[in-house]
Design a protein around this ligand. Sequence first.
Ligand SMILES: [Fe+2]
Ligand SMILES: [Fe+2]
Length: 215
Amino acid sequence: MATERHYSVIDKLLLQADSAMRTLLPSSGHSQRPSPAIVRPEHAMDETETRHIAGLMRINHTGEVCAQALYQGQALTAKLPQVRAAMEHAAEEEIDHLVWCEQRIKQLGSHTSILNPLFYGMSFGIGAVAGLISDKVSLGFVAATEHQVCKHLNEHLEQLPAEDEKSRAILEQMRIDEEHHAESALEAGGFRFPAPVKFGMSLMAKVMTKSTYRI
Ligand SMILES: [Fe+2]
Ligand SMILES: [Fe+2]
């Protein structure tokens, strides 16, 4: 018979701190799937192009940091029997995205955003509050966030120079996964957020993209 493990408050805090460290410390995550970039060739690019792509990949990396924080915040507060089942697979794929983006940023000779701890904290808080309200809101938030991420990915795919096959391969696979995460969250009973909430989220996303593109 399966028994449910009970964690003390201290245990929970330690587990959260461990997840936060694994998300925020460079090179500490391990992907389940190899990066789609591995099988694509590297082409020579000039410095301006390389810096621009590194900026775009830094935005995507921070987006994945936010996704981790959102899932971890929800896991702390939501009841989650079905939610956890629906979201566990998605959360694993988000770790792949996080690792792939970080690897690509390094190949481009750049670094992940110094603002990641700040965005991690904000997203964790939002996830925890959404989880407290209800599972429906919590899942709705995942779906709305994934739609926002897909919008960025489309914009970035348009901006990538044709010769950067490696970054393109990563973003294309991420777009497939994120669309799927949004669908699963809605299928699991996620609330479809009204336009004003989505507008607020896209404002926050704008602040994130403008700042992390540079630092
Ligand atoms: Fe992702
Ligand atoms: Fe996702």
